[in-house]
Design a protein around this ligand. Structure first.
Ligand SMILES: NC(=O)c1ccc[n+]([C@@H]2O[C@H](COP(=O)([O-])OP(=O)(O)OC[C@H]3O[C@@H](n4cnc5c(N)ncnc54)[C@H](OP(=O)(O)O)[C@@H]3O)[C@@H](O)[C@H]2O)c1
Length: 277
C-alpha cells in the first residue's frame, strides 16, 4: 500500500468508507472493515450522518484503535461552537474511542466557519481530535477556510471524485496541493454506479485490467490516486471487495495506461458549482 501524508501522518492511498454500511449484512460488514485494516486500509471514514455506521465501526476497530486513522464529520446544522463539541462527543461515544484522527465539517451550511473552527480548536486542545478538515468545499470556500483557520491548519478536503466526475481536477486539487491540504476522494467507485463492462469506457478499463492482472475497479482507484495529494475511500461490504480495494493501493499504471483512462473518461469543462452527493 502506497502512503501519503494526511495531517502530517503517513496514511494509505486507499481507505475505507462506511456510508450505508449499516444497511448491509452486519457481520460481513464488520469482517470487511477488519479485513481492510489487515490489508493496510487504516483510514476509516464515517460521520454522525451515517446512522448506525459509527457503532459498527466501533465493533470493527475494538482492540486495534492504534492501527486506525479514524475520521468522522459534523453535520452543518450542528456546527455551532457548542453544537460541534457536543456532536464530536456523541461520535466519540458511538465509536467507543477517546479521539478522532481528523474531524470534518460535512458540508458548508449557514454557521460561520470561524465558529466551527473555534470549536475544532477547542476539541484539539482537549485531545479529542488530532486534526480537522472540511468536505465538499470548492476553491472559494477553501480560500476562506484557510484565511479563517490559518495556513497549514486544514488537514483535508473530502470531495466527490470518480472516473465520470472529475470536476475537482480543475481548481480544487491544485488549490489543495498548493496549500498542503490532503484531497480525500469520496464515492470513488461512483456510489454503486460503475461503468458497465460493455460500455466504451468499461471496455478500456477491462483491457487495462487484463494487462495488469487486476480488476476494473482497481484500475479506476489506481487512476484516481495517481498523484499527490489524493487519497480515496471506497466503501466495501464484503472482505472480497475490501481486499480488492486494498490491492489497488499498490497498483501503478503506466503513463500510457493512464492516458487511455483519461481519454475514455474525459475531465470535461469546469462546472459552475462543485458537484456533490
Ligand atoms: N463527504 C461526503 O459528503 C461523502 C459523500 C458520499 C460518500 N462519502 C464517503 O465516501 C465513501 C465511499 O463512497 P460511496 O459509499 O458513496 O460509494 P463508492 O465507494 O464509490 O461505491 C461503493 C459501491 O462499490 C461497490 N464496491 C466496492 N468495492 C468494490 C470492488 N472492489 N469491486 C466491485 N464493487 C465494489 C460496493 O459494493 P459492496 O457494498 O457490495 O461491497 C458499493 O456498491 C462513503 O462510504 C463515505 O464514507 C462522503
Amino acid at each position: 500500500m502506497r502512503l501519503r501524508s494526511f495531517a502530517g501522518r503517513p496514511v494509505g492511498v486507499i481507505g475505507q468508507g462506511t456510508w450505508r454500511l449499516d444497511e448491509d449484512a452486519r457481520t460481513a460488514a464488520i469482517q470487511a472493515l477488519r479485513h481492510g485494516l489487515d490489508a493496510g486500509m487504516g483510514h476509516i471514514d464515517t460521520a454522525e450522518m451515517y446512522g448506525e455506521a459509527e457503532p459498527l465501526v466501533a465493533e470493527a476497530i475494538a482492540g486495534r484503535r492504534d492501527q486506525v486513522f479514524l475520521v468522522s464529520k459534523v453535520l452543518p446544522h450542528n456546527a455551532t461552537r457548542a453544537g460541534t463539541i457536543a456532536a464530536c462527543e456523541r461520535s466519540l461515544r458511538r465509536l467507543k474511542t477517546d479521539r478522532l484522527d481528523s474531524y470534518l465539517l460535512h458540508w458548508r451550511g449557514s454557521v460561520p466557519l470561524a465558529e466551527t473552527f473555534a470549536a475544532f480548536e477547542t476539541l484539539e486542545r482537549q485531545g479529542k481530535i488530532l486534526s480537522f478538515g472540511v468536505s465538499n468545499f470548492d476553491e472559494a470556500d477553501l480560500d476562506e477556510a484557510v484565511a479563517v483557520a490559518g495556513e497549514g491548519r486544514i488537514a483535508c478536503n473530502q470531495v466527490l471524485y470518480h472516473l465520470e466526475e472529475r470536476a475537482i481536477e480543475h481548481a480544487v486539487i491544485p488549490f489543495c496541493r498548493d496549500h498542503r491540504i490532503t484531497v480525500v476522494a469520496y464515492s470513488p467507485l461512483g456510489n454503486g454506479s460503475f461503468p458497465s463492462a460493455s460500455s466504451a469506457g468499461g471496455r478500456v478499463l477491462g483491457q487495462i485490467a487484463a494487462e495488469v492482472r487486476a480488476s476494473p475497479w482497481q484500475v479506476a482507484l489506481a487512476f484516481l490516486v495517481r498523484e499527490e495529494p489524493v487519497l480515496a475511500i471506497p466503501k466495501a461490504a464484503s472482505a472480497i471487495h475490501a481486499e480488492d480495494n486494498a490491492l489497488a493501493g499498490s497498483l501503478l499504471l503506466t503513463e500510457e495506461q493512464m492516458a487511455r483512462v483519461d481519454a475514455a473518461f474525459p475531465r470535461g469543462p469546469k462546472p459552475r458549482y462543485l458537484p456533490m452527493i
